[in-house]
Design a protein around this ligand. Structure first.
Ligand code: 13P
Length: 172
């Protein structure tokens, strides 16, 4: 993560609670968390994350999702730049992430089109890659969404490094 990259949210009734835009994590205070309603209106001392449309689109599409983590981890980003999905290269990928992690079509950061692209590529799984951008992982709570981020990034790192040997195992 660099600076204030990424954002976290929790479902809250019909809307969500989400990190404020452009505040580094170590500087975020609880009272700065923004509340965004289902119609996109927000309350809080600071504007919500510029990616709130992505979070809203996922909550709308997936009743099972209670929390979302968006991040820009290096190895996941390598895959998004290469346009390569993450196959189930390690045994934990399928159980934790629900299968291969697909790359959503590119849309500009903050654009509602990015929400539609993310929902489409996420399907019924628990992680998705955003082209030339980063990762999104979902869970019932923030701990689960964050754990899935860690599994996704570690598997992406192993996948990229294993590629140095050339031929990968048949499941890839
Ligand atoms: P925010 O600071 O607005 O949440 O944006 C960070 C980010 O990661 C954009 O993709």
């Amino acid at each position: 993560m660099v600076g204030a990259d990424g954002n976290l949210s929790l479902r809250d009734g019909e809307g969500m609670l989400i990190t404020p835009t452009r505040v580094p994590y170590e500087a975020i205070e609880p009272e700065q968390i923004a509340a965004v309603a289902a119609d996109g209106t927000w309350t809080g001392p600071l504007p919500p994350s510029s990616e709130h449309a992505v979070h809203s689109a996922i909550y709308e599409a997936r009743a099972d999702v209670g929390a979302i983590v968006h991040a820009h981890p290096v190895y996941a980003c390598v895959l998004t730049v290469a346009g390569r999905p993450l196959p189930p290269v390690l045994d934990e990928v399928a159980p934790v992430l629900g299968g291969a992690v697909e790359v959503a079509e590119h849309a500009p950061s903050g654009d509602p089109a990015l929400g539609l692209a993310a929902v489409g590529a996420l399907g019924d799984r628990y992680g998705v890659l955003l082209a030339r951008h980063g990762s999104v992982t979902v869970g019932r709570d923030l701990e689960e969404a964050f754990y899935r981020l860690e599994v996704l990034e570690r598997a992406a790192q192993v996948y990229v490094l294993a590629g140095l040997f050339g031929r990968l195992t048949s499941s890839t």
